[in-house]
Design a binder for this molecule. Sequence first.
Ligand SMILES: CCCCCCCC(=O)SCCNC(=O)CCNC(=O)[C@H](O)C(C)(C)COP(=O)(O)OP(=O)(O)OC[C@H]1O[C@@H](n2cnc3c(N)ncnc32)[C@H](O)[C@@H]1OP(=O)(O)O
Ligand SMILES: Cc1cc2nc3c(=O)[nH]c(=O)nc-3n(C[C@H](O)[C@H](O)[C@H](O)COP(=O)(O)OP(=O)(O)OC[C@H]3O[C@@H](n4cnc5c(N)ncnc54)[C@H](O)[C@@H]3O)c2cc1C
Length: 657
Amino acid sequence: LEKERGQVNFNVEELTNIYDGGAEETKLRRKVADVIQNDPEVRCKDIGMMTREERYIDGVRRCVYLYKVLLPREGWTPVSKEVKDYFKYRNIGKERSFGVHAGVFIPCLLSFGSDEQIAKWLPLAMQFQIIGTYAQTEMGHGTFLRGLQTTATYDKKNKEFVINCPEISAMKWWPGDLGKSANHALLMAQLVIDGKKYGMHPFMVQIRDLTTHMPLPGITVGDIGNKVGFETTDNGFLHLNQVRIPRENLLCKNAEVKPNGTYLTKASDKMVYGSMVRLRAIILESEAVSALGKACTIAVRYSLVRCQGELEPGKPEVSVMEYMTQQKKLLPYVAMTYVTHFACLKLSNQYNAFTREMDNNDISGLPELHALSAGMKAVVSEQCSDGIEILRKSCGGHGYSNASGIPIIWSSAVACCTYEGENTVMLLQCARYLVKCINQVQTTRMVGSVAYLNNMTQSTCHVDSVSGFKQLDVLVACFQYRAREVLKTAALKLSHLTKHGMASYNAWNQSSVELVNVVKAHITQFIVTTFASGITELECTKPVKNVLQQLCALYALSCINASTGDFLKVGYLSPRQCDLAHEAELELLSCIRPNAVGLVDAFDFSDDLLQSCLGAYDGNVYERLFAWAKKSPLNKTEVTIYQQYIQIRLIGRRKAF
Ligand SMILES: CCCCCCCC(=O)SCCNC(=O)CCNC(=O)[C@H](O)C(C)(C)COP(=O)(O)OP(=O)(O)OC[C@H]1O[C@@H](n2cnc3c(N)ncnc32)[C@H](O)[C@@H]1OP(=O)(O)O
Ligand SMILES: Cc1cc2nc3c(=O)[nH]c(=O)nc-3n(C[C@H](O)[C@H](O)[C@H](O)COP(=O)(O)OP(=O)(O)OC[C@H]3O[C@@H](n4cnc5c(N)ncnc54)[C@H](O)[C@@H]3O)c2cc1C
């Protein structure tokens, strides 16, 4: 790898600083990483050999130590930048404990609680005197929130709410930290007053005794069992049987129930969805893009040291990175990590701007933010988790071992396709907004992520050279035209179906397969446009700008070459231009290849964080693999009990004969 590093033609540290958002950010992140790596109590462990129970207990222990010992020792608070960096870069799949408490329960308390309620519960939550979960999803409903069955019926006489799960499908199912850790739940239930339903509302419900940690009367709670990943998280079930809570436990920033049962709404009913917009807008970096970056680091470093086969007959074996097919598997995902990282940054900045507007009671930006966050969450989580699996396979047999570190990264990242809104449902939410926009574009000027719809002129691409397809303005135009045209076609189909008498809900269902593709085109347009404009404004050395431009072009071309049908159907690219775009991608792979190790080094993931025998900085793969395998519990004895049992059985049988 040192030889590879010698040929990198840009300043890796400069790129790290750009990726982090500045040299000071890099310094802070490294300070946090040093603290973690040098403290045996929280440093990342190789949990590949641990049982589920050991992982859960280890995760809880580390998190309690982090909050109770490390933070006070370092002078940090749970919301200080260092802790955010800790969780942004913590090892995916390793420290999930209290992820929902810290990342969902507390923010939702701030979103839904009145000032008095925040003053009451926030200090307790921040000090871990109460551990909370966010209990919305039920065994029978996760997507269709209007179908949630848990009820909160107001009892005027006692000024209480009676929380009840009327049937097994109403049981809360999946909430993180619920199974064994939480003693409180921020519970979403259908509010009922005098027999009238008011929709989903947030309630604070204590579920366990604060001293004994035993479930309170009427509460049945536990862990839902083993999963694909998230092994350190006790995703749980919660059944409530006529559980009574005080009237004051309805979190009432947006709506309240007076003592006499009068219902008072204070904000748009869509604000109850606000918590989901927040998480969709901010989790992508840590849960999807960072995971892809780790997998890229492992797969690229391994591919550079793994020698397999002759490229030129009779010559020494080459590293598998010399094969174009390997470069095609790896380098577009290195590009995707950079490109989506900056698009996610733009989305989270847009969310932060919206929260400031919301403080001034202006929620006009919510529809665009909901659509963009839903679309980005679906497209980025799917592209990243699909990419991680391709990167795992690119490592051959050793990629199938937990020693590579990639399976645990994938098993965690792929969950992002489901939680916080199942991806297809999220794509269709974004499609709702896009169809509204295209139908208004004749009379209303579009802004934000749909600004490209203002240009409705028909055109075609005029590029007639391979190098022309490496120009960012050409690529941005390709994506904007394709996104607009596929949206127009889908909207026309919708209006055609309804004009010919089909009910609108049925027309929507009949068009939903195209609409999913429309949103993917819209979001990749947003990602490419964002990165291309970001590079233009970026102040950096020429070699770094050049490599970023190559990455943007590579990501764009890999997307175009994966969906040339769209570009042909809308008449923007000719078959010959599709061939030129394909050649442009291959040329870019060769241009970027010499910088591959520098591009993943710039992500700056420490060996401790990667926990990978294949992806360590020094590239000593085989020594690490053998040392790792020897730790297998099966190797504690030369002859395992099972082998002895088999021998006895076989010997016994021979004697019998
Ligand atoms: C580190 C890892 C941590 C992991 C933590 C994981 C935590 C979780 O998973 S918590 C559970 C997450 N669950 C979800 O996200 C549920 C997904 N489902 C939904 O959002 C809704 O059911 C939904 C909107 C898709 C469909 O519901 P439905 O009632 O049919 O709403 P629908 O008719 O489509 O929309 C109603 C209106 O609300 C709007 N709306 C819907 N959702 C939102 C939102 N989040 N924000 C703003 N507006 C919204 C729609 O745009 C629509 O507006 P309009 O009528 O003007 O077009
Ligand atoms: C690791 C993990 C952690 C989680 N943590 C939490 C948590 O802390 N708190 C919490 O409340 N929940 C949590 N969840 C639950 C999660 O939010 C739900 O699983 C998610 O919202 C999807 O809902 P569902 O499971 O009911 O899927 P469903 O909605 O039943 O989806 C099943 C299939 O139906 C399709 N489908 C459903 N509705 C439509 C539609 N209208 N149009 C087209 N297709 C549709 C979907 O696309 C999907 O293919 C977690 C889940 C996971 C996996």
